[in-house]
Design a protein around this ligand. Structure first.
Ligand code: ADP
Length: 276
């Protein structure tokens, strides 16, 4: 069942169109990887979905209602955002940060109830940060902080989670941990997840859908097999790769050639060069 529909959306900040007449349907509980080169419009797309900016043409609908028609407070009960980088100025504890996610559910000047604390606790449990709930957010590692931000988003009890490069500053073990968490949330809780990412292999392993942005439109979208091919990666990124099957999962596995393209006449062992 669909939860989000992007219908013929065009957007520009100034003269140049950043997104041109794009359309996409996102199903409930799907985990989408939004890929594309720097500047291709991934963050812009997430901001459009979250209603921070509005399309000049077309519409984005959540559960059939245009985002622009939904009150900010109600939108925050549908969509939660995990931002790229957050500067923490005030000395807040992990629990205080996660409780911030309850704001859309509180009345004006209302304090958190036991139920709000319970929801925050469940969110911290789900993201495995409960053990350091009383620590200051500044004192955590990048991977821990990222999980706290996901916990805050979950405390909003949204239907959709938008993440902007959630693993960009993390080591490989923490990258895997975040994607494992996202997959669990989508599979077990039916949460719809859209994550802008640069990592094609992680996206292939964990996302059940991928959208590849290129020159203002989706070059391809669909399953990892449909979206990630040698041709699509070459056309979008201008880079030659070998895309074969992961030996255990059968999903697309992208190997970088590091400039050793047989087409450019570099040093391939005879017979080793893949067909590009
Ligand atoms: P990505 O997330 O894929 O790197 P962005 O959505 O951040 O891409 O940016 C898409 C394009 O829009 C880029 O050319 C960028 O320079 C431009 N852009 C982004 N934000 C603004 C803004 N606030 N004002 C003007 N141009 C912007």
């Amino acid at each position: 069942m669909e939860i989000l529909k992007i219908e013929g959306v065009s957007f520009r900040y100034d003269a140049e169109w950043i997104l041109k007449d794009i359309s996409l349907t996102i199903g409930r509980g799907e985990l989408w990887g939004i890929l594309g080169p720097n500047g291709s419009g991934k963050t812009t797309l997430l901001n459009l979905i979250d209603g921070i900016i509005s399309p000049q043409k077309g519409a984005i609908k959540i559960e059939g209602i245009a985002v622009g028609k939904i009150q900010r407070r109600n939108l925050a009960k549908l969509i939660a955002v995990v931002p790229q980088e957050t500067a923490w100025i005030f000395p807040l504890t992990v629990e205080e940060v996660v409780l911030m996610g309850r704001t859309p559910h509180l009345g004006r000047c209302e304090f958190e109830s036991k139920q709000d604390f319970d929801v925050a606790r469940s969110a911290m449990e789900a993201t495995d940060v409960l053990g350091f709930s009383s620590r200051l957010i500044q004192s955590l590692s990048g991977g821990e902080r990222q999980r706290v931000l996901i916990a805050r988003a979950l405390a909003q009890q949204p239907k959709m989670l938008l993440l902007d490069e959630p693993t960009s500053s993390l080591d490989i073990a923490h990258q895997i941990r975040i994607f494992e968490l996202l997959r669990r949330l989508s599979e077990e809780s039916g949460l719809t997840v859209l994550a802008a990412t640069h990592d094609m292999n992680l996206a292939s392993l964990y996302c059940n859908r991928i959208a590849l942005l290129h020159k203002g439109d989706f070059y391809s979208n669909g399953t990892p097999e449909e979206a990630l091919t040698q041709k699509s990666i070459r056309d979008v990124y201008g880079v030659d790769t070998v895309v074969d099957r992961h030996p255990l999962t059968g999903l697309p596995r992208i190997s970088l050639l590091g400039g050793h393209s047989p087409k450019r006449g570099s040093r391939w062992k005879s017979g080793a060069a893949p067909h590009l």
